[in-house]
Design a protein around this ligand. Structure first.
Ligand code: PGA
Length: 258
């Protein structure tokens, strides 16, 4: 299981950042999972530079440009040079301030050329009864991936993050059955867009009010490969509890009972 801890702008203090990093290292030594931390850019630089641990780092966003006279931009190459190996791209909170599908596609291409693994966020704003959300997801995914070469398409991690579930609590998160359906649907679209049978290896994550109280049920039967966790990833105790829920033996046990 892959856990991406999206710290958003919740963490502004280096001491807190160091504490969460230390806890994450300890968790990875004891639980069979991979943790990727996505701190705000300056904190990412401070933590990821010369990082020797198994924890990986993700940029929360990257510039659509490749450098030059672009005040305020943080390019993919700048993230890569301090040790980031992933980049979250197309998060709804970035789309809300101007990232169009075309910009998202450009950022994906930049990330891939610099060797960062993109975590592409897609998701509808409303889970309507008529199923229009399915078309939204298909469109976002297709528009982001289609401009890329077939081989590049295979390197992208998908994070399904319905906007209506983000930043709330476990009761507002997606229901397991709906997530199962969506993971299958995303895999079907990937099978159309990716060469050969390569989509079988694509990772599909879920994000949106993932907490220690719902992560195990969501993991057990839905077919997701991991989670993008926001608010629950910045509280040391809550994050520890959440990751502990992913103890593989327990998940297999739960899935067996379902
Ligand atoms: P949340 O955020 O866990 O706070 O809902 C998830 C995300 O936006 O990545």
């Amino acid at each position: 299981m892959l856990i991406v801890a999206n710290w958003k702008a919740y963490i502004e203090d280096f001491e807190k950042a160091k504490k969460l990093f230390a806890i994450s290292k300890k968790l990875m030594r004891t639980i069979d999972c991979n943790i990727v931390l996505a701190p705000p850019a300056p904190l990412l630089g401070a933590l990821a530079f010369r990082n020797k641990s198994k924890i990986a780092f993700a940029a929360q966003d990257v510039s659509a440009t490749t450098g030059g006279a672009e005040t305020g931009e943080a390019t993919v190459q700048a993230f890569a040079t301090v040790g980031a190996t992933y980049a979250i791209i197309g998060h709804s909170e970035r789309r809300a301030v101007g990232d169009t599908d075309a910009i998202v596609a450009k950022k994906l291409a930049h990330a891939l050329t610099q060797g960062l693994t993109p975590i592409l966020c897609i998701g509808e704003s409303e889970h309507d009864d008529e199923g229009r959300y399915l078309a939204v997801v298909r469109e976002e995914l297709t528009r982001a991936i289609e401009p890329l070469a077939p081989k590049e398409r295979t390197e992208i991690i998908i994070a399904y993050e319905p906007l209506w579930a983000i930043g709330k609590n476990a009761s507002a998160a997606i229901k397991t059955n709906d997530l199962t359906e969506m993971v299958l649907y995303i895999r079907k679209i990937l099978a159309e867009l990716l060469p050969g049978k390569s989509s079988a290896h694509s990772l599909v994550l879920y994000g949106g009010s993932v907490e220690s109280g719902n992560i195990r049920a969501l993991a057990a039967t839905s077919g997701v490969d991991g989670f993008l966790v926001g608010h629950e990833s910045v509280d040391p105790h809550a994050f520890t509890q959440l990751v502990k829920q992913l103890d593989q033996h327990q998940i297999r046990f739960d899935a067996g009972r379902a």
